[in-house]
Every structure is written in structure tokens, then in C-alpha cells.
Design a protein around this ligand. Structure first.
Ligand code: T1G
Length: 693
């Protein structure tokens, strides 16, 4: 064996040269890896004994892409294209041996091999779109030549990881190897190529599929139309499609020139910067300073959920999806049966869309059982999650009971969306076991999980909860106890301004439009109509003193009643309502305010800058660990457009000094709700960025 460099070995196995990469954690194409590949292939091609070459990786996966940590820095060592040219131009057959995930530049390297062998558990993909990019090493030109334009568009605009069996069927992989025997299988496959004198297939020369798509612009037009809503605001999906159009309509090298041009446009733009930032921000959120890596974790083999309502049922599904048995306790049989039936319906709906097999539906339903007694059912659970009414007295009563019922060491969690968890913990003898697990509705769909550490929550309980979050497919952010925690507290800042703007002359549909165009899935008023205006509204106590009161009293409770802030047609299409406009104007007249035309720019700044300011207060109070955690919360819990990074990232784009100046301007004209956070003043005074917090 020859060490080519610190991450690359070359061994000659009889008449096959094997290049082995070992660059944890994911064999990303760092300068070191590119150098090892370049020198490794050069040596393998020059080796007289070698008749064929195998490229394989150690560790968890084949090459998972370019090294994103190197982006933006000066490029060192051989370029990826030099490695690819060496592979594709090799006079000896090159076989890529794939396990784990061959992604992005990793798959693009594999596509420059003449053949690809994979184990069934392997997956292949070009997920650059998730980073606001496109495959920049020939993937946009080679993938369509194997799978055709339609499938290439699906893969590249979704970033999906395609299982090896499907890759085999599409011709992306040439042979499947037995699990655990990839190296031997790849060497045997290489020997067979030599023995049978198989041609050295260059993907770039294979025009059959793209020729079949040529002259059919409707393939692209139909795809764009079908995905317009999903791609709204994003640049990368459209740019990926344009590259595939070039692959269909232009010779390879001209297509490569289109790819290079569009790649650089994306790479140097703010959207990709935001999406690459978000990729790392999500992973950084999992790192908790002050908690040792070897802190003992609590095994969670069985979970209890209190409440079979929308939240309780959704929460339970997360654990069943991860194969963890769950018992749901309700007070009465009817709501329990209804909750279990809703869970089954949700799984069956997923199955009807091909997302689950019938067997998987049964497996998951079997993992979720129901009970009317905490005493009977919670004695052996390792974690209980309470998801009942947002009333402190009810929660305290439940936690006192749980404290008496659950075994020592069990974690007692509340799904409260903002109540004081220290107060809840105070009724137990085990405050170290009490934590907040704040799921977002629908709990089986929304990725965000706010994990709320109370004063006495132990490191073990925190670390266990963070690990469990990843196990159930959630993106966890550790936050502190304060009203609304991080997400809802910042939401409150935006909602307050939105309500004030309505009383100053901006209509709900103006505000919704500005925030929708900014990139949110919908604005605050459309969201209220969707959720229902009558959440928390009590008819008997309603006194017509607010716009919401008047709307609810007029039975305009949102989409479900066909009218709320908006009027809705039978297909729930919203349109501005003359009724609502009159209600608002009556309130304005009564308040004596002088309505004025408010610019879109002012609407946006008055909604977004107080969010940033509230985020800075949260950081000052130590209720979030870092600014990027706040961005992770808002992207994954509230639909902040990922191509704008999050409130704090966006604040840096706008510039802290501008945010401060505007907050001071608003404070001077509209009052102290715009008082700049001390940390905002400090960041500007020190010439820093929010991202450094
Ligand atoms: N570059 C650098 N570091 C990476 C990385 C990458 N491409 N991918 C993962 N990491 C780090 C990650 O930060 C974490 O670090 C650790 O690896 C484990 O990751 C030219 C331009 C491979 C499916 O988009 O999707 O190729 O926190 O926690 O859940 O056309 O990582 O441990 O210090 O996510 O098991 C295209 C991105 C790049 C793949 C594994 N490739 N990675 O998931 O572990 S652009 C991607 C992933 C490109 C070319 C273009 C996932 C994973 P730390 P993890 P995981």
C-alpha cells in the first residue's frame, strides 16, 4: 500500500489499483482530498500492473460533496475538474464503489468513472439546490444523459437522495454489491470489465437520453408550472432547470459553460450564502457549550403522551415513526378513540400518496396504544410529554401526579408553548428531570423542536432530549424559560406591529402581501384566518373592543366559516373584505387616529426590525445560545424563507447600523416599543455583526 497523502492510499490488488479515501466525517472534497485523488489516479494510471482502477471510501460514506467549509476561501490544490478529467480520460476502466451517500461533487466524481457499483443501502443525489447552488462539476450535464431531463429536474430541484436500487434501475449505478462486501465486489467487477474488454463508457458521450428530450420544450414548461409555488422566491431551482435545458439543447462543452456561468452567479449571491449558513447553523444548534460529550444519556425505550388531541397525536407519531412505542393517556374514551383514529387516518393518507406501505401503517399504529390511566400506563415509561390545555393549574396538577407515578430517572416534559417551566417543575421532587419539548403544529410534520431548559434541568436530560430530537427527525434548538421562549416571543413582536399598522392605515392584505413577497408562506392575517380567529376567544367575554372580537361576533372566524379578515370562496381563495375594511375604519375613527398611506418598505421594516431587536434581547438575557439558533428557530418553525437566512442573518445583510438607525427613528415617532436593545447599540458601536453573537 502506498500513502498518496494523509487521506488517500493506493493499493495494488493483483491487476486492480484501489484508491482509498479516508477523510472524516464525510470524505468531502477538500483540497487535501482533491490532491489525493489527483495524485492517486496519476499513480494508478502509470502503474503497469494495474489493468483497472477502483475508487472507494472508508468511514460512513462515499464522497458527500464539495467541502462546504472551503467555499468563499482561496482555492488550493488541484481543481475538481482536473481530477474528473484524469478519471474520465483514464485508459484503464475506473469503477466508483459507493456506500453511504454519494452527493453533489461526490456523485459528480462517480459520474466521471466509467462504471459505478453500490451497496443497496447507498443513496445518490445532487442536493446542491439546498445550498442555493447547482452541481458545479458537470452534474447538470451528465445526470440528464443517464436519467433524462424529467428525472434530472426532479432530482436536482428536490435534492433528493435516491436509493441505490432505483439508481440501478435508472442506469445511474451499474451493479449492486452485497452489504459489507463492496470492496471485493468492485474489484471483481473491475476484473470482469478487463476480462470482457468492456468499453470505457464516458457519460459525457452518451447523448441518447438528451436527444430524446430535444425539441420538447413542454417538458421544462410543464415542470416549471407544476412547481412554481414551491420554487417561489428561490433562484437555484430555476438555474438547475436552465442547466438541464442546456444539456438537452447544447453540445456537452457548451452546456458546461452554461453550468459554470450559472454556478458562479449563485455562488456569489446572497441566497446561497444564506442557505449555506443555514446548513451549518442547524448543525451548530446541536452543540451545547458546557455540556460534556460524555454526559450520561437516559435510554428512551418507551414514551408516554398526555392528551390525544392534535398536538398529542402528532407528537406520538414522531416516536412511532422512529420505532419507539408510545402510550397516549386521555381522560375519556371518546377523545382517546378519536385521537387514535386521527393518527391512523394520517398514516393512511401518507400511504395513499406512496409515502408508506400498508404494512408500515400497521407497524406504526401498533406502536401507539391508548389508556385512560396514567397510573396504569406510565410506571415504565422513560419519558412523558404533556400536551394538554395551556393552563398552568392543569399542568401543575398533572406534573404532581407524574412525579408520584413515574419511575426514578424518567424525564417529565411539557409541550407548553410559553408557560413558565420552572413553575411547573416546582411541584415535583425531581426538577432536574423536567424539561420543555415544544413541538410545532402539525407536530408530526414541522421540523422544529424548541427544547426548553428550566433552572434545574440536568445536563443528562438536556443531552438526552437533543439526541432524541435527531432520532425522531427534528431540528432541535435549546432555549431558555421566558414568555413565548424564542419563536413565539419574536412572533409577538411582529404581531404587535402588524396590529398597529392596521390602525394606522395599512390593510391586513397590504401587510400580508409585503410579508408574502418577502418570502413567508403567508402573512399574519391570512395565518390567523387559517388557524381560526376564535382560538382563545370566549363569546361570553367578547365586548367588541377589538377587531377580532367584532369579526368573531359576526361569525367571521376564519377560513372554517368562509370569512375572517378575508372573504373566502368555496375553494377557500381569499379576497380582501369590505366588511373587515369597514370594521377597521370604524375602529380608526373611534381611536381618533389619522390613517395614512404606509409604504411597503415601512411595513416590512416595522415588522422585521422589531423581530431582530427582540432576538437581541433574547441573547442579552441568555435565553438563546447564539444568534444562528434564533435563525434556525424561525426557518424551521415559522417559515422564514431559507434563502434569507433568518432574522439575525437578514439583519446583517441589511446592516446592524441601519437596523439601529431605523429603530431609533421609529422610537422617536412611535414610542418606546422600538427602543433599541442594548446589544444592538453594542454591536453597532463595536462594528460587529449579529452573526458573531
Ligand atoms: N462539507 C463539509 N462538511 C460537511 C459536508 C460538506 N459537504 N457535509 C457534511 N458535513 C459535516 C457536517 O457539517 C457535520 O459536521 C458532519 O459532516 C456530519 O454531517 C461541486 C458545489 C452527508 C447526508 O450538500 O447532506 O458538492 O457538525 O450532521 O445527518 O457540485 O451531512 O460533525 O462538525 O449532516 O449523517 C453537496 C451535505 C455540497 C451534502 C450526512 N453536498 N451534507 O448527514 O450528518 S456542494 C451536500 C449532508 C457540492 C459540487 C457542489 C449530510 C449527510 P460536524 P451531518 P448526517
Amino acid at each position: 500500500m502506498t500513502a498518496i497523502n494523509s487521506v488517500t492510499d493506493l493499493t495494488i490488488e493483483g491487476d486492480v489499483a484501489v484508491i482509498t479515501l479516508n477523510s472524516p466525517p464525510v470524505n468531502a472534497l477538500s483540497a487535501n482530498v482533491r490532491e489525493g485523488l489527483f495524485e492517486g489516479f496519476k499513480a494508478a494510471i502509470a502503474e503497469p500492473a494495474a489493468k483497472a482502477i477502483v475508487l472507494i471510501c472508508e468511514g460512513r460514506t462515499f464522497i458527500a460533496g464539495a467541502d462546504i467549509t472551503e467555499f468563499g476561501g482561496a482555492s488550493k490544490g488541484p481543481g475538481l475538474n482536473e481530477v474528473q478529467d484524469m478519471m474520465e480520460g483514464s485508459p484503464k476502466p475506473v469503477v466508483a464503489a459507493i456506500h453511504g451517500t454519494a452527493l453533489g461533487g461526490g456523485l459528480e466524481v462517480a459520474l466521471c468513472a466509467h462504471y459505478r457499483v453500490a451497496v443497496p443501502s447507498a443513496k445518490c443525489g445532487l442536493p446542491e439546490v439546498n445550498l442555493g447552488l447547482l452541481p458545479g462539476a458537470g452534474g447538470t450535464q451528465r445526470l440528464p444523459r443517464i436519467v433524462g431531463a424529467q428525472r434530472a429536474m426532479e432530482m436536482m430541484t428536490s435534492g433528493q437522495h435516491v436509493p441505490a436500487k432505483e439508481c440501478l434501475a435508472m442506469g445511474l449505478v451499474d451493479e449492486l454489491a452485497e452489504e459489507g462486501k463492496l470492496r471485493d465486489a468492485a474489484i471483481a467487477y473491475a476484473r470482469k470489465l478487463v476480462a470482457e474488454n468492456k468499453p470505457l463508457v464516458k457519460v459525457r458521450d452518451n447523448d441518447t437520453k438528451v436527444a430524446a428530450d430535444r425539441g420538447k420544450p413542454e417538458i421544462f414548461a410543464d415542470f416549471r408550472k407544476a412547481n412554481a409555488r414551491k420554487f417561489r422566491g428561490f433562484l437555484a431551482p430555476e438555474y438547475n432547470i436552465r442547466c438541464i435545458e442546456a444539456a438537452v439543447n447544447l453540445p456537452f462543452d457548451e452546456g458546461m459553460a452554461v453550468e459554470r456561468k450559472l454556478f458562479m452567479e449563485l455562488m456569489t449571491g446572497s441566497q446561497s450564502a444564506a442557505q449555506r449558513y443555514s446548513f451549518f447553523a442547524e448543525r451548530t444548534a446541536a452543540k451545547i457549550p458546557g455540556i460534556a460529550d460524555d454526559v450520561p444519556l437516559i435510554p428512551v425505550k418507551k414514551v408516554g403522551v398526555i392528551g390525544a388531541g392534535t398536538m398529542g397525536g402528532g407528537i406520538a407519531m414522531n416516536f412511532a415513526n422512529a420505532g419507539i412505542p408510545v402510550v397516549i393517556v386521555e381522560q375519556k374514551q371518546e377523545p382517546l378513540d378519536r385521537g387514535l383514529a386521527t393518527i391512523r387516518k394520517n398514516y393512511e393518507r401518507t400511504a395513499s400518496r406512496g409515502g408508506l406501505t400498508a404494512a408500515q401503517v400497521e407497524e406504526r399504529c401498533a406502536l401507539i396504544t391508548g389508556s385512560l390511566s396514567m397510573e396504569d400506563s406510565f410506571k415504565d415509561v422513560d419519558l412523558v410529554i404533556e400536551a394538554v390545555f395551556e393552563r398552568m393549574d392543569i399542568k401543575k396538577d398533572i406534573f404532581a401526579k407524574l412525579d408520584a407515578i413515574c419511575k426514578p430517572g424518567a424525564i417529565l416534559a411539557t409541550n407548553t408553548s410559553g408557560l413558565n417551566i420552572d413553575e411547573i417543575a416546582s411541584v415535583t421532587k425531581r426538577p432536574e428531570a423536567v424539561i420543555g419539548l415544544h413541538f410545532f403544529s402539525p407536530a408530526n410534520v414541522m421540523k422544529l423542536l424548541e427544547i426548553v431548559r428550566a433552572d434545574h434541568t440536568s445536563d443528562s436530560v438536556i443531552a438526552t432530549s437533543m439526541k432524541l430530537a435527531k432520532q425522531i427527525g427534528k431540528i432541535a434548538v435549546l432555549v431558555g424559560v421566558c414568555p413565548g421562549f424564542v419563536g413565539n416571543r419574536i412572533l409577538g413582536a411582529r404581531q404587535r406591529e402588524a396590529q398597529k399598522l392596521v390602525m394606522e392605515g395599512a390593510m391586513p392584505w397590504d401587510i400580508d402581501r409585503v410579508l408574502y413577497d418577502f418570502g413567508f408562506p403567508m402573512g399574519p392575517f391570512a395565518m390567523s384566518d387559517l388557524a381560526g380567529l376564535d382560538i382563545g376567544w370566549v363569546k361570553e367575554k367578547s365586548n367588541g373592543e377589538s377587531i377580532r372580537d367584532v369579526l368573531c361576533e359576526a361569525d367571521r372566524r376564519g377560513q372554517k366559516t368562509g370569512a375572517g379578515y378575508y372573504d373566502y370562496d368555496e375553494n377557500r381563495n381569499a379576497k380582501p373584505s369590505a366588511f373587515t375594511e369597514k370594521v377597521i375604519n370604524d375602529f380608526i375613527v373611534k381611536s381618533g387616529a389619522n390613517p395614512r398611506k404606509i409604504s411597503d418598505e415601512e411595513i416590512l421594516e416595522r415588522c422585521i426590525f422589531p423581530m431582530i431587536n427582540e432576538g437581541l434581547k433574547i441573547l442579552e438575557e441568555g435565553k438563546a445560545i447564539r444568534a444562528s439558533d434564533i435563525d434556525v428557530v424561525w426557518q424551521n418553525g415559522y417559515g422564514w424563507p431559507v434563502y434569507r437566512g433568518g432574522p439575525m442573518f437578514y439583519g446583517d445583510l441589511v446592516g446592524p447600523e441601519k437596523v439601529l438607525a431605523k429603530m431609533k427613528e421609529f422610537q422617536a415617532t412611535m414610542g418606546d416599543q422600538f427602543k433599541p436593545a442594548a446589544l444592538l447599540e453594542k454591536v453597532v458601536a463595536e462594528g460587529k455583526k449579529f452573526g458573531q453573537l
